[in-house]
Design a protein. Sequence first.
Length: 287
Amino acid sequence: MSIVIDAHQHFWDPARAEYPWMAGAEMAPIRRAFGPSDLAPLLAANGVDASIVVQCRASLEETEEFLGIADATPFVVGVVGWVDLADAAVGAMLDRLRAFPGGAKLAGIRHQVHDEADADWLSRADIRRGLAAVFERELAYDLLVRTRELPAAIGVARAFPHGRFVLDHAAKPPIAAGFSQAWADEIAELAACGNVWCKVSGLATEANWNDWDAERLFPVVAHVAKCFGEDRLILGSDWPVCLLAGSYGTVKRAFDECLGKLGAGFHAKALGANAQRAYRLPSGGFG
């Protein structure tokens, strides 16, 4: 039986570090520590075998911590960490991280691009130099962007045709406001690059948190499925952020319902095989 991978989850502890994006009263329900012991029973209860932990803040220290967690936690099979792509020494940073305990599980790098004032941040020469170092080390790069940054994401995907990009949260379409044609058009252009995978993740929190279901998410899922095809869609819970809109199980069931409508091939591959290819994870031995 195929391995089921949650390719997008987080750990954090606001008592130990600052998370600027977590400010505001609406974030109060998740402004507490979440660690592997909290996630393990949720994975087991929902038929998920393994996970990839993804960066939460611009911090090398956090990346080192996540590698340590991955080293000690069999179900964490990959880490998408952070490095300063603008630093001329980024290659040395990556090499140092890979030498850490758990360094073999470093699968990718991410930055909160949608929080940058410059919509063309990904187009900067120093950032592209850093991305070259990422791809030289056979790592993936997670694109955390919204519609505003999609043109730059398209440009960078074209600039690195042999790089592997993973689009987080389908670029956060404004589901609560209705289907966005501007988002849809940019997504189609990005998918046409061929070297980008798309995480069907974080969608519930782009809808109205207290008034959503799989049917309301489906137009977005159907569009990314049409654009990326069955070989480039990936499951991600975005836990514990997803708890703002519903339980782990509720979000996972909505994913299953949406992908199930598209056919067995879409669903089965998105549950694990596509993440294994995108992040070059081992083909077995999880758990």
